[in-house]
Ligand binder design. Structure first.
Ligand code: CA2
Length: 162
Protein backbone atom coordinates (compact mmCIF):
# COMPACT_ATOMS: atom_id res chain seq x y z
CA UNK A 1 0.00 0.00 0.00
CA UNK A 2 1.31 3.47 -0.92
CA UNK A 3 1.82 5.77 2.03
CA UNK A 4 1.66 9.55 1.54
CA UNK A 5 2.31 12.37 3.99
CA UNK A 6 0.24 15.57 3.64
CA UNK A 7 1.72 18.62 5.39
CA UNK A 8 0.00 21.96 5.96
CA UNK A 9 2.04 25.00 7.00
CA UNK A 10 1.38 28.03 9.17
CA UNK A 11 -2.07 29.58 9.56
CA UNK A 12 -3.80 26.90 7.51
CA UNK A 13 -5.47 25.85 10.77
CA UNK A 14 -7.53 29.04 10.27
CA UNK A 15 -9.09 27.79 7.04
CA UNK A 16 -12.83 28.36 6.91
CA UNK A 17 -12.75 30.94 9.69
CA UNK A 18 -11.23 34.00 7.87
CA UNK A 19 -10.55 35.28 4.36
CA UNK A 20 -13.05 32.94 2.65
CA UNK A 21 -12.78 35.01 -0.55
CA UNK A 22 -9.11 33.95 -0.84
CA UNK A 23 -9.01 30.52 0.82
CA UNK A 24 -12.60 29.26 0.58
CA UNK A 25 -15.15 28.12 3.15
CA UNK A 26 -13.83 24.66 3.92
CA UNK A 27 -12.11 24.11 7.26
CA UNK A 28 -8.83 22.20 7.59
CA UNK A 29 -10.61 19.12 9.05
CA UNK A 30 -13.02 19.25 6.04
CA UNK A 31 -10.07 19.41 3.68
CA UNK A 32 -8.25 16.55 5.43
CA UNK A 33 -11.42 14.42 5.33
CA UNK A 34 -11.73 14.88 1.57
CA UNK A 35 -8.06 13.93 1.08
CA UNK A 36 -8.37 10.83 3.31
CA UNK A 37 -11.61 9.81 1.55
CA UNK A 38 -10.07 10.10 -1.94
CA UNK A 39 -6.92 8.29 -0.82
CA UNK A 40 -9.06 5.50 0.66
CA UNK A 41 -10.87 5.11 -2.67
CA UNK A 42 -7.46 4.69 -4.33
CA UNK A 43 -6.18 2.24 -1.70
CA UNK A 44 -3.60 4.74 -0.44
CA UNK A 45 -2.75 5.41 3.21
CA UNK A 46 -2.36 9.11 4.08
CA UNK A 47 -1.36 10.94 7.20
CA UNK A 48 -2.16 14.66 7.43
CA UNK A 49 -0.45 17.11 9.78
CA UNK A 50 -0.47 20.90 10.32
CA UNK A 51 1.93 23.12 12.20
CA UNK A 52 2.74 26.79 12.56
CA UNK A 53 6.39 25.95 13.30
CA UNK A 54 8.99 25.81 10.52
CA UNK A 55 11.34 23.43 12.35
CA UNK A 56 8.51 21.01 12.96
CA UNK A 57 7.89 20.80 9.20
CA UNK A 58 11.63 20.20 8.68
CA UNK A 59 11.62 17.37 11.26
CA UNK A 60 8.47 15.75 9.83
CA UNK A 61 9.99 15.83 6.33
CA UNK A 62 13.26 14.31 7.61
CA UNK A 63 11.37 11.58 9.49
CA UNK A 64 9.26 10.72 6.42
CA UNK A 65 12.18 8.87 4.85
CA UNK A 66 11.47 5.13 4.81
CA UNK A 67 7.96 5.61 6.21
CA UNK A 68 6.26 7.46 3.35
CA UNK A 69 6.47 7.08 -0.43
CA UNK A 70 5.81 10.73 -1.17
CA UNK A 71 4.85 14.09 0.29
CA UNK A 72 2.16 16.64 -0.53
CA UNK A 73 2.95 19.96 1.10
CA UNK A 74 1.36 23.38 1.34
CA UNK A 75 4.20 25.23 3.05
CA UNK A 76 1.97 28.36 3.22
CA UNK A 77 4.06 31.50 3.89
CA UNK A 78 7.23 29.38 4.33
CA UNK A 79 7.00 28.76 0.58
CA UNK A 80 8.43 32.21 0.05
CA UNK A 81 11.04 32.21 2.83
CA UNK A 82 12.22 28.75 3.83
CA UNK A 83 15.52 27.40 2.59
CA UNK A 84 15.34 24.95 5.53
CA UNK A 85 12.20 23.29 4.17
CA UNK A 86 13.67 23.24 0.67
CA UNK A 87 16.85 21.59 1.98
CA UNK A 88 14.85 18.98 3.95
CA UNK A 89 12.85 18.01 0.85
CA UNK A 90 16.04 17.80 -1.23
CA UNK A 91 17.73 15.72 1.50
CA UNK A 92 15.00 13.08 1.87
CA UNK A 93 14.62 12.83 -1.91
CA UNK A 94 10.99 11.75 -1.64
CA UNK A 95 8.77 12.81 -4.54
CA UNK A 96 7.02 15.94 -3.32
CA UNK A 97 4.15 17.97 -4.74
CA UNK A 98 3.72 21.61 -3.68
CA UNK A 99 0.11 22.77 -3.33
CA UNK A 100 -1.41 26.22 -2.88
CA UNK A 101 -5.10 26.93 -2.47
CA UNK A 102 -4.81 30.35 -4.09
CA UNK A 103 -3.01 31.16 -7.33
CA UNK A 104 0.20 32.57 -5.86
CA UNK A 105 1.22 33.93 -9.29
CA UNK A 106 -1.84 36.19 -9.43
CA UNK A 107 -1.20 37.63 -5.98
CA UNK A 108 1.38 40.01 -4.49
CA UNK A 109 4.84 39.91 -6.06
CA UNK A 110 6.41 38.45 -2.88
CA UNK A 111 4.24 35.32 -3.29
CA UNK A 112 5.45 34.65 -6.83
CA UNK A 113 8.73 33.09 -5.76
CA UNK A 114 8.76 29.63 -4.20
CA UNK A 115 11.88 28.18 -2.57
CA UNK A 116 10.12 24.80 -2.73
CA UNK A 117 9.29 24.62 -6.44
CA UNK A 118 12.87 23.81 -7.46
CA UNK A 119 12.91 20.61 -5.39
CA UNK A 120 9.27 19.59 -5.97
CA UNK A 121 7.97 17.33 -8.73
CA UNK A 122 5.57 20.13 -9.53
CA UNK A 123 3.38 22.87 -8.14
CA UNK A 124 -0.44 23.02 -8.11
CA UNK A 125 -1.74 26.49 -7.39
CA UNK A 126 -5.12 28.16 -7.58
CA UNK A 127 -7.60 25.28 -7.50
CA UNK A 128 -8.62 25.51 -3.85
CA UNK A 129 -9.05 22.21 -1.98
CA UNK A 130 -9.23 20.36 -5.32
CA UNK A 131 -5.49 21.07 -5.63
CA UNK A 132 -4.75 18.47 -2.93
CA UNK A 133 -6.79 15.84 -4.80
CA UNK A 134 -4.96 16.73 -8.02
CA UNK A 135 -1.68 16.38 -6.13
CA UNK A 136 -2.76 12.91 -4.96
CA UNK A 137 -3.43 11.88 -8.58
CA UNK A 138 -0.16 13.41 -9.81
CA UNK A 139 1.92 11.80 -7.10
CA UNK A 140 0.39 8.33 -7.49
CA UNK A 141 0.78 8.51 -11.28
CA UNK A 142 4.44 9.46 -10.78
CA UNK A 143 5.01 6.62 -8.28
CA UNK A 144 3.38 4.14 -10.69
CA UNK A 145 5.79 5.25 -13.41
CA UNK A 146 8.82 5.31 -11.08
CA UNK A 147 8.43 2.37 -8.70
CA UNK A 148 10.71 2.39 -5.63
CA UNK A 149 10.95 0.09 -2.63
CA UNK A 150 7.77 0.68 -0.62
CA UNK A 151 7.84 2.62 2.64
CA UNK A 152 6.81 0.85 5.84
CA UNK A 153 4.57 2.14 8.61
CA UNK A 154 6.37 3.34 11.74
CA UNK A 155 6.37 0.74 14.49
CA UNK A 156 4.53 1.79 17.63
CA UNK A 157 6.81 1.37 20.65
CA UNK A 158 5.79 -1.85 22.36
CA UNK A 159 5.00 -1.81 26.07
CA UNK A 160 7.94 -3.15 28.04
CA UNK A 161 7.40 -6.20 30.24
CA UNK A 162 9.19 -6.80 33.47
O1 CA2 B 1 -2.62 29.75 -1.30
C1 CA2 B 1 -2.04 29.06 -0.44
O2 CA2 B 1 -2.35 27.92 -0.15
C2 CA2 B 1 -0.92 29.72 0.37
O3 CA2 B 1 0.09 28.72 0.60
C3 CA2 B 1 -1.55 30.15 1.69
C4 CA2 B 1 -0.59 30.93 2.58
C5 CA2 B 1 0.08 32.06 1.82
O4 CA2 B 1 1.06 32.68 2.64
C6 CA2 B 1 0.75 31.56 0.54
O5 CA2 B 1 1.29 32.68 -0.12
C7 CA2 B 1 -0.27 30.88 -0.35
C8 CA2 B 1 -1.34 31.51 3.77
C9 CA2 B 1 -2.09 30.51 4.59
C10 CA2 B 1 -2.95 31.26 5.54
O6 CA2 B 1 -4.19 30.62 5.60
C11 CA2 B 1 -5.24 31.32 6.12
C12 CA2 B 1 -6.45 30.69 6.07
C13 CA2 B 1 -7.55 31.33 6.53
C14 CA2 B 1 -7.46 32.59 7.09
C15 CA2 B 1 -6.24 33.22 7.14
C16 CA2 B 1 -5.11 32.58 6.67
Amino acid sequence: MLRLLVLHGPNLNLLGTREPSVYGQASLPDLDKSIVRRAGERGIAVQTKQTNVEGELVTWIQNARGHFDGIIINPAAYTHTSIAIRDAIAAVALPTVEVHLSNIHQREEFRHHSFIAGVALGQISGFGPTGYLLALEALTAHLDRHPRPRATAKKKPSASRR
